[in-house]
Design a protein around this ligand. Structure first.
Ligand code: SF4
Length: 419
């Protein structure tokens, strides 16, 4: 069976990208009680339209309710769950047993998926959650392939794994660094990612004297985990019986979401059409280096990654950045209308990308800025939020993205490491 491809959809724009670029299911948050409090969640008023769009596209939608609420938050949570009960979510994603209990009381018919924040790390734990009526478990990122296989075999409910995205330096969601340093709790969805900050050392008897910790001129990355990428391991995960493959990144932008999704979609489609002849296409791996990443690792899939799972050399890297989103195309004159996301200039050698690995050269030969009166002015440089008209390749379509290769492209290549 080909696993479900499950993508983040933090906003209506990202939801449309997820639908267009190949998601089978999406997870999204309301404006309360979902992790990723800063991810631009949906308001309650927006959720009905978002769900209608998903279901019109035969895509399942899961509501994230996976924070760990305190007693003081329980009344608000109950109210929130009663509002959500009216909406046709296909499942809720929960982590806290108390939240699970509440959901079962308020919406007994609702399918419940257990979040990775519940840290299901062995098959006995999975069996426990199955006995509690959980309908699907997102297994902990810290499990090996063998652990995954054992657990999938032990339970009768579906199991899901993360295949791509950021890794915590701690057990997922069990980190107090952000809480301690900024008052924003990772377990409340508000992590400020201090594991990526620079740190100094203090000797006990010399308070206030920072002793710098320096690895090299690019910085110091003592807590800097590489990002997870299991693209090359899809056949192993499929043969282990995993039901769903999840992409992390509700905080990431549309370029990241589109690129990662279209790569995993292409890989799953290729596997479905010819499992025996399946090979990882090097272009897929190359595409994953176009988006923000900290180098890729297979995480714990083959055991403890030790230092191979950590990047000591750099922060985020990417080979391209988004400069525009195609709103509409005008086939009669070969142009399209776009919203500019980042500055670019006449003469830049842009790329147009779209679903199904569409990737076309798109030089910026003539740019017209659309004015408030819908008049056009020729421009040599354009800036974020401007609407422009420019020449596009014949295969361009609404929802395609325009991106600019970085001049100082880092040598990322396929950086997936195994151990
Ligand atoms: S600070 Fe880093 S390790 Fe801790 S929860 Fe946030 S992202 Fe994860």
């Amino acid at each position: 069976m080909i696993p479900e491809l499950l993508a983040p959809a933090g906003t209506m724009e990202k939801l449309k990208i997820a639908l267009q670029y190949g998601a089978d299911a999406v997870y999204l948050g309301g404006d309360q009680f979902g992790l990723r409090a800063m991810a631009g969640n949906f308001t309650n008023a927006e959720l009905p339209a978002a769900l209608a769009l998903c279901h019109a596209n035969k895509v399942r939608a899961y509501l994230t309710v996976n924070s760990y609420p305190s007693d003081r938050q329980l009344d608000g949570l109950e109210q929130y769950l009663r509002q959500m009960a009216r909406l046709p979510f296909d499942a809720y994603i929960v982590a806290d047993p108390g939240v699970l209990r509440m959901v079962r009381r308020i919406s007994p018919e609702r399918e419940i998926h257990l979040s990775t924040q519940a840290n299901t790390i062995n098959h006995e734990t999975a069996l426990f959650w199955q006995e509690q009526g959980v309908g699907r478990i997102n297994l902990a990122r810290e499990m090996t392939l063998e652990d995954i296989r054992t657990t999938v075999t032990a339970v009768t409910i579906p199991c899901e794994v993360f295949v791509h995205g950021a890794l915590c330096i701690a057990y997922s969601g069990r980190c107090l660094l952000s809480s301690a340093l900024t008052g924003r709790s990772a377990n409340q969805g508000a992590c400020t990612q201090p594991c990526r900050w620079r740190y100094a050392l203090q000797e006990e008897s010399r308070p206030g004297v920072d002793l710098p910790i320096e690895e090299h001129e690019q910085g110091t990355f003592i807590f800097n985990s590489k990002d997870l990428c299991l693209l090359e391991q899809l056949p192993e995960l499929i043969s282990a019986g995993v039901t769903a493959l999840k992409i992390e990144g509700r905080m990431k932008g549309v370029h990241y979401l589109a690129c990662v999704l279209r790569v995993y979609r292409a890989a799953l489609d290729a596997y479905a059409s010819d499992p025996a002849g399946y090979r990882t296409d090097p272009r897929w791996l190359e595409e994953l280096t176009t988006v923000s990443n900290r180098g890729y690792t297979t995480g714990f899939l083959y055991g403890d990654p030790h230092d191979v799972g950590q990047s000591y050399h750099a922060g985020y890297q990417r080979s391209h950045h988004l400069v525009g989103v195609v709103e509409s195309v005008h086939p009669h004159n070969g142009t399209g209308t776009l919203t500019v996301r980042n500055r670019f200039a006449l003469g830049d050698c842009l790329e147009l990308i779209g679903p199904r690995m569409k990737r076309l050269d798109c030089p910026a030969t003539e740019i017209m800025v659309v004015g408030p009166d819908n008049g056009y002015t020729s421009a040599s440089v354009v800036h974020p939020n401007q609407r422009i008209v420019m020449r596009l390749p014949a295969a361009a379509a609404p929802g395609d993205l325009l991106r600019l290769p970085q001049a100082d492209r880092p040598a990322t290549g396929s950086t997936t490491s195994r151990r």
